[in-house]
Design a protein around this ligand. Sequence first.
Ligand code: ADP
Ligand code: ADP
Ligand code: MG
Length: 451
Amino acid sequence: MFKRILIANRGEIAMRIIRCCRMLDIETVLVYSTADKDSLPVQFANIAVCIGNAKASESYLLEDRIIETALAKGCDAIHPGFGFLSENAEFAKKCEKNAIVFIGPSSKVISMMGNKDAAKKLMKKHKVPVVPGSEGLVSSYEEAIKVANKVGYPILIKAAAGGGGRGMRKAFNESEVKSAFEEAKAEALSCFANGDLYLEKLILNPHHIEVQILADSHGNVIYLGERDCSIQRRNQKLIEESPSKKIDDDLRKKMGEAAVNAAKACKYTNAGTVEFVLDHEGNFYFIEMNTRIQVEHPVTEMVTGIDLIHEQLRIASGMKLSYKQEDVKISGHAIECRINAGSPGKIDFLHLPAGFGVRVDSALFTGCEISPHYDPMIAKVIVRGTSRLDAIKRMRAALEEFLIDGVPTNKDLQYLVMYHPDFLKGSFDTSFMELHGKELVEFNEESRKEL
Ligand code: ADP
Ligand code: ADP
Ligand code: MG
């Protein structure tokens, strides 16, 4: 196992990795920006090195500076967390060149799966069901119309380099294709500096179901059940749960095996997620593979009892997985609410929920500053219950207990979702927020006024 690793990230995921390393007696070197000088991970890492300014492009994305720091501090490996450099094949390659282990798959696999259109092709070849769509990229809206006439409307135009829900636009008929194409292209260029687009059939109001996998360098690949991430806003996840109400044992096995197949097809190693959309007839289709630890990994940890960061470290150091497929048992039900800050600012007061079955992953403390430079997600509240209803009730209690002053958050909105009849029944899909979001926000604002 590694002796010392560098963490190239910040906030809650940096804390998550530091906690795991402390337990394993691995020393941590944290790189940070001037904006994060008073942050929790800076205080808890064994060594913290300021590498630049607040802007991510002048700190957390400085590949060479980070590698130099790892070398200077004698680190065996680099954990990229999620976001930032986690899916950057060039960076992984630089690590490889400098004999530093990148805690993730090989640079080759990252670049292969990072191109979503090429990834789909590979999956199709290996008999993993994919969403029908273009064979390769579409270079003009005229071509998109031709493909759309074949696959049928509605369609979705997507950025090949996409992520974070950006660079995708719907078209319900031919007259909408031109603007969808142009808008997707503009967003793809500005977010990813890559305007490559492909086309998929838009699966109407699907469930987003993803399968967590672990793969070691000895050829062992296992799946750890699914996460239902259908509560989204602008294609960005807000609430995740495991197991999914829509998945029975039979479908779980089918999707799990498809995910293992997908991982084997690209010779995957480390933790990864295979994302699918599931339609209302029970058909599932591959949409992409995320080659990193994911924001919502704790829900899987809560129902399997498997520490995914620990497994990542084991795999990257060349060890075998601690578990075989038959060791993986899903027990109880877990839900995660992502708590996002509505604006930057200083946290004047904070009380985080705790207690039986409650877990909070965050780097918050009273007095800390929420910087405008980074992702607005400031905490994750995760609960486990014996049943789904038990977990929902525990989440309500946890959110009631979550006290935070200084910046507005979406916790009240999350709380309202925990009472929504459709959420309770489990009769929701990715259209939930579009259908109910406005009404929930308005209800929330009305009730605030009354207070
Ligand atoms: P997950 O399923 O893990 O949430 P996401 O694709 O939403 O996966 O992204 C994980 C994290 O990385 C989130 O914090 C998200 O905001 C951030 N992220 C993803 N893609 C981008 C991007 N292109 N630009 C900036 N941040 C991104
Ligand atoms: P990203 O890389 O931004 O995470 P994804 O391809 O994973 O993009 O898609 C993000 C979300 O967009 C999915 O969770 C789903 O809600 C929606 N989506 C993506 N592809 C389709 C599709 N073909 N049909 C319907 N919804 C889709
Ligand atoms: Mg995705």
